[in-house]
Design a protein around this ligand. Structure first.
Ligand code: NAD
Length: 507
């Protein structure tokens, strides 16, 4: 039986959040939201029409002047209250995430914490918005710079972190004085409505934060709307490229974070027990559906791969795969039945192209089992020409590429089109230092498998993993959501009644 055939007729409808309240979508296009652990439909999602989008932008635009004029300290206080409410509601949010995404509850709770940290960072906005000042740049002339908000900004987010990725964006955008429209993934939109309710309870004025549902049509509506000043996007590379091209062509500021293929280099001297444990979490946690997941291991030296495979195989075969309600599960299902089919096709292609499938996750579950589950797979003998090496799989599949030395490993990684994250496992400080210096990737770990920067740093990849000039959150986030103004002022005591036509210089 197909997943959609299992859908039940009386499911809840998820509302939009516009102007400080829930808004039921008008009849029209809609989508099904699934519980990936059971394969059944749990809710209907209305896709907004362009008229509804226009109304949402109008409300966000109307809310902007008074929010922008609200002192940063008061904006910070709203964030501070939101932080407390968020912490108190973290179980509710984690449940909303797990039910629609499928990840384990522990994983979902971790996601909420990483989002909460950005809220904590945003609480420091009065300090973060401080400009620079020079007294007496000329006699009696002072100069200073200030950062001002942009207006209505939009965030378009992927399915894999339905709470954390929106929180990479809106806490800073709002704290900087912008109003915000979130277009969450249509796969798992419920968490965003809980976040909207909590912001409202925290005292955020109506219209400052809005959530509108939809697919490509509504994204294109945001890209083409003249009153949307900036777009933050996180998702796959083809869509990121489209968002960046179209958005910048329409004069918007855009940061568009794309897909990934993250390599971990394992040196011969690495602690392989420790490394294998790290790789398990990094490759198979969240069923591999993380943009920072390790999907390729580059083993350096003669027998490093053989020794590592010996440690990995029993762990992969012993993975506990189950629903989020199973508190012992290591990982859950994939997001949709179609995506599971795509991941299986990648495994088939790896076999057909001659890689050695050491652990085969395809047969672990059959389609008779409800839910979009797939076992963990491991390939050895992966070659850079293979599809399973070149393309992002976004599933529980790890591949091993064997190379003779660190230099070859670095060249290999630097030649890959994706450059989001990478890591090296070694006990050798010099190898780690050489790697961190020469590697052309945005986020680098040394014996840290998922080097996701903390909220007070910034997150972003290089090459096809990010389009735009700004990384996300941290100080880069403040720069993205504000524009710089330089003011030069004088308050003359003795006014000279004489025009001056040459270029002003310091006198
Ligand atoms: P996706 O690109 O399919 O969707 C992301 C968002 O774009 C969604 O809101 C979706 O509605 C919208 N969208 C989809 N197709 C569109 C189109 N043709 N035109 C306009 N909008 C469109 O991504 P996904 O499947 O939800 O998420 C997984 C992808 O996100 C992976 O590639 C993963 O690597 C990437 N990701 C990257 C990061 C990062 O920080 N670089 C973080 C998380 C996820």
């Amino acid at each position: 039986m197909s997943a959609s055939a299992r859908s039940v007729s009386s499911v809840a409808t998820i509302p939009h959040w516009i102007g400080g309240k829930t808004v039921a979508g008008s009849p029209g296009r809609s989508g099904d939201v699934f519980d990936p652990s059971t394969g059944s439909v749990t809710a209907k999602l209305p896709y907004a029409s362009l008229d509804e989008l226009n109304e949402c932008v109008r409300i966000a635009k109307a809310a902007f002047p008074s929010w922008a004029a609200t002192p940063p300290l008061r904006r910070a206080r709203v964030m501070f209250r939101f932080r407390g409410l968020l912490e108190a509601a973290s179980d509710e949010i984690a449940m909303a995430i797990s039910r629609e995404h499928g990840k384990t509850l522990a994983d979902a709770r971790g996601e909420v914490v990483r989002g909460l940290e950005v809220v904590e960072f945003a609480c420091g906005i009065p300090e973060l918005l401080k400009g620079e000042h020079n007294e007496n740049v000329g006699t009696g002339v002072d100069a200073f710079s200030i950062r001002q908000p942009l207006g209505v900004v939009a965030g378009i987010t992927p399915f894999n972190f339905p709470a954390m990725v929106p929180m990479w964006m809106f806490p800073l955008a709002i704290a900087c004085g912008n109003t915000f429209i979130l277009k969450p993934s249509e796969r798992d939109p419920s968490a965003s409505i809980v976040l909207a309710r909590l912001l409202h309870e925290a005292g955020l004025p109506d219209g400052v934060f809005n959530v509108i549902h939809g697919d490509r049509e509504i994204v294109d509506g945001l890209l083409n709307h003249q009153d949307v000043s900036a777009i933050s996007f996180v998702g796959s590379t083809p869509v990121a490229r489209h968002i960046y091209t179209q958005g910048t062509m329409n004069g918007k500021r855009v940061q568009a974070l794309g897909g990934a293929k993250n390599h971990a280099v394992v040196m011969p001297d690495a602690d392989l027990d420790d490394t294998a444990n790290h790789l398990m979490g990094a490759a198979y946690g969240s069923a591999g559906e993380r943009c920072m997941a390790i999907s390729i291991v580059v083993t350096v030296g003669e027998d490093t791969a053989d020794r590592l495979i010996e440690k990995l195989v029993p762990k992969i075969e012993g993975l506990r795969i189950g629903s989020y309600s199973d508190l012992n599960a290591d990982m859950g299902p994939l997001i949709t039945s179609e995506h599971r089919g795509r991941v299986r096709d990648y495994i088939d292609s790896g076999v057909n192209e001659g890689a050695n499938l050491v652990v085969d996750g395809r047969g672990m579950f059959n389609d008779a089992r409800e839910g979009f589950f797939l076992g963990g797979s491991l390939f050895d003998g992966v070659q850079p020409t293979m599809r399973i090496y070149r393309e992002e799989i976004f599933g529980p599949v790890l591949g091993i590429v064997r190379v003779p030395d660190l230099e070859t490993a670095i060249q290999l990684i630097n030649a890959h089109p994706y450059a989001n994250g990478t890591a090296i496992f070694t006990r050798n400080g010099n190898a780690a230092r050489t790697f961190t210096g020469a590697i052309e990737v945005g986020m680098v770990g040394v014996n840290v498998p998922l080097p996701v920067p903390m909220a007070f740093h910034s997150f972003g990849g290089w090459r096809n993993s990010l389009f735009g000039d700004h990384h996300i959150y941290g100080r880069e986030g403040v720069r993205f959501y504000t524009r710089l103004k330089a003011v030069t002022q004088r308050w003359p005591r003795d006014v000279e009644h004489r025009a001056e036509f040459s270029m002003p210089t310091m006198k």
